[in-house]
Design a protein around this ligand. Sequence first.
Ligand SMILES: [Zn+2]
Length: 261
Amino acid sequence: MNRARWPLAAALIAVVGCTVPGFLLPTDELLRDVYVRGPGTLPAVALTFDDGPNGRCTEAVLDALAAHGAPATFFVLGANVAGGRNDELLARMVHEGHVIGIHSYSHGVRALFWESNTARELRAAAAEVEVALRRAGVSDPAPVTLFRPPFGFLTAASARAAAAAGMHIVEWTVSVGDWRSTRRAEDVSTAILAQVRAGDVIVLHDGFGTHQRSIERCVDRARASEAVRLLIPGLTARGLQVVPLTTLFGLAPPSSPPHDV
Ligand SMILES: [Zn+2]
């Protein structure tokens, strides 16, 4: 049982514990399509990165992951993908075994209250990812099937839109405020290792703040990548393997492996 088929109270407790600033729960079966954590039967966790891709920030994170052979999941913003600045980074994610999900197009919250607006955001972001991968030479990109709402903010309308688009909603279980300017890489790694357990979904950010749109504003790449370099050996020492979300949740891997043109 990988999906979060939780009663209302349990879900509320879990999310408050993740310091999500706002959270509206769907009141019906839609909650079944929300993934929060893995089953815990596999000694593994997932590293996830929100708000990118962001040029040098994301490149540094990819370098750190590659140094440890750790596959992660990147929830990218359509607005960051548009324009072609990060095409090669997206292609690199695919080639190095990472999973690409979307974090909406604009990182706005208002759209989440209307099914049609969320659907538009999902379509636009997924389309930007596909176009970017094709521009970078990935001829047959796997469809995007994972959606993490901005701030983890979940509404019934957005859940319906995600389900209609064939996307799973993903939240997280471990968030330690890595985006705060006062957080050092050591602080981030230590805080995560103090609470992590099998099945956890760890959220980090490969950019500065939660609305990073600009390569120029990428001021924390050393901290983000350094946190990864500190964290992965610590996870390994605890017997926890880093796996993509699709593995942690027991979801089918991308159906069509990419091929270079
Ligand atoms: Zn975000």
